[in-house]
Structure formats: C-alpha cells, structure tokens
Design a protein around this ligand. Structure first.
Ligand code: ADP
Length: 252
C-alpha cells in the first residue's frame, strides 16, 4: 500500500502540491491525470523520494520512506522518469542489466541474468538487445527503459508518462504488460499518463489533479466522467460506453 498523507510541496514560493492525501491499494494500477503543471510528476517523484516533501508523510508498504535505507528502497520501488534519461553509449542489454544493480552491485549472478532475459522478452527487445541506445527510435529506447524497470523487479513501480514516443501498438503492449505485472505478479503501479482513454481502459483507479490539488479520485469509471473531465481540463468531453469501457471523445 502507498499512503500519501497531507503532503505539500512548494518551489520557491509557489505551491505545486497542496495538502494531498491518497491511499493506493496494493496490486492495482493507479493513473494520475490532469493538465500540464498540475503536479503529477512532482507527486510521483515525492513517492520515490527523488525529491522531499515540505509537509506531510509518505508510507510505502507501511514504512515511512524517509526511514528506509536507499539500497532497500531500490529493491522495493522503481521509478522511470520522463524522457529517456540514460543516453550514454550503452546497448539495450547493458541498460536492462542496470535494473539489477540494487541486488548485484554490478556483479550479476545467474538469477540476475535470468531477470534481464525475462525483461528483454517481455518488451520484445530480443532482436535489438545488442544495439546501442543511440541507434534506436525514441519508442524503442522507451521500451528499453521500461525493460530496465521490469528487470529491477520491485513490488512498487512508478512511471512518468511511459507511453511517450510510443506508437499505438507499443502503447497497448506496454499497458497490457503493466496489467500483467499487476494481475499475475501482484505489483503495484503508479503512472502519470496523458491519454485519458488508456487511463480509462487499463487503470483500476484514477487520481485527477489540477493546480496541485486532487479534483477527483476513485475507480476509473467514476473519474472518466464528462463533468469531472471538464473541470480538470476546461474543455468539453463526450464520454461513451464502448465494449464496457468508458471512452472519451474530445475533438471539436
Ligand atoms: P505535471 O507533471 O502535472 O505536468 P509537474 O509536477 O511537473 O506537473 O510540475 C508542477 C509545477 O511545479 C509546475 O508549475 C512546474 O513548473 C513546477 N516545477 C516542477 N519542477 C520544478 C523545479 N525543479 N523547480 C521549480 N518549479 C518546478
């Protein structure tokens, strides 16, 4: 479980998160939606301890993240930030093997390599595993970074806009993979996502943020609602039920 309790964050004098409280159940996908600048990335960076809150407290698996040693936290929680952060002269396979660092400290054992192989296959990267990252398309690089997170094999996985740069087939592939990680392996996934239809179809819960506050949180079907979406994004939505999914149409 992730408990975010009365968390606030300011940058300089500007409040970017204002008294946020959320409980996220284990074994679920929770998507954070909302306009640019709403505070979504800041919130998941706080949960991963990449940055510190000014007020409030965050617990992951019942432990206050401030009290967990970094090496323990890295075995419990992984985060993939926006943009392909690592762009050194590395092959896909080398990058994915970095995911095992918290366990192996650079000396991978056979168990570690087995996780690397599994992650490479999960993300369909086998035929490009020896390519350098700078030889790949943006979408292929993104998949390699996600494979690294999968190889880290943590109970909690945080992803900041994982569908960036991906075409539709690979977006669906990623979301299905995330569902599998939750449904088959019991992982808990938090993600920031812009495509509300992907959020609607693949999340258990959605948290809608605007101006550093939670506008609505709940089951995906309760948040994907014309009034809620209008309040968040300041535009008109038409929400239809198609194949038991709530699908938003937002073109004028
Ligand atoms: P979102 O992910 O919803 O687009 P962010 O969490 O990235 O929003 O940003 C929330 C607000 O915090 C924005 O107004 C952004 O400009 C500001 N912000 C984010 N990071 C920093 C930073 N390092 N320094 C100053 N302001 C920041």
């Amino acid at each position: 479980m992730v408990n975010i309790m009365n968390v606030s964050k300011k940058y300089n004098d500007k409040t970017v998160l204002d008294d946020i409280s959320v409980d996220i159940q284990k074994g679920t996908i929770t998507s954070f939606i909302g306009p640019n600048g709403a505070g979504k990335s800041t919130l998941i960076s706080l949960v991963s301890r990449l940055i510190a809150e000014d007020d409030g407290q965050i617990k992951v698996g019942g432990e206050n993240i401030k009290e967990v040693k970094s090496e323990e936290l890295a075995k419990k929680l992984s985060i993939l930030k926006q943009s392909n952060a690592i762009n050194m002269k590395l092959t896909v396979r080398e990058l994915v093997s970095f995911g095992r660092f918290p366990y192996s400290k650079g000396r991978l054992k056979s168990d570690d390599w087995a996780k690397v192989e599994e992650a490479i296959d999960y993300m369909e990267l086998r035929d490009m595993q020896h390519k350098y990252l700078d030889e790949l398309s943006g979408g292929q690089r993104q998949r390699a970074h996600i494979a690294m997170v999968i190889a880290q094999d943590t109970e909690y996985i945080l992803l900041d806009e994982p569908l960036n740069n991906l075409d539709m087939r690979h977006s669906v592939q990623i979301m299905k993979t995330l569902r599998k990680l939750v449904d088959e392996l019991g992982k808990t996934i938090l993600l920031v996502i812009h495509d509300i239809n992907f959020a609607s179809c693949y999340s258990d819960n959605i948290i809608a943020l605007k101006d550093g506050r939670i506008v609505k949180q709940g089951r995906a079907c309760d948040v994907i609602d014309e009034c809620v979406l209008k309040e968040i994004y300041d535009m008109e939505f038409n929400v239809q039920n198609i194949n038991d999914q709530r699908i938003c149409i937002y073109f004028d």
